[in-house]
Write a protein of this length. Structure first.
Length: 96
């Protein structure tokens, strides 16, 4: 009965490890992409990293990887869109 419960230690450590791994791809996109495509390429790299992060975290924690990846990508994509929209409204988008 209690075999289905995820370990609290795994649940705490897994997101920290996954976040660190997931930060590499967007950082590379920011640092290595040409200025003209930096924003869209970094956005795409962020969504891919979010999917990987959700999958890795739940795999380590022993949960459902498909649902986790979908939840993280959806939430992260909405946050990414909201941030870009707010930046556009106040004139603070694009490369600096």
């Amino acid at each position: 009965m209690f075999d289905d419960v995820v370990s609290p230690w795994h649940a705490a450590v897994a997101p920290a490890v996954a976040f660190t791994i997931g930060a590499v791809l967007p950082m590379l996109a920011i640092l290595l992409s040409p200025e003209a495509v930096r924003v869209p390429l970094t956005s795409a790299a962020t969504l891919v990293s979010l999917a990987l992060t959700g999958t890795i975290a739940l795999w380590i924690g022993g949960g459902s990887t498909l649902r986790a990846a979908a939840r993280v990508v959806l939430g992260g994509g909405l946050a990414l869109a909201a941030t870009f929209l707010i930046g556009s409204l106040i004139g603070a988008t694009g490369p600096v």
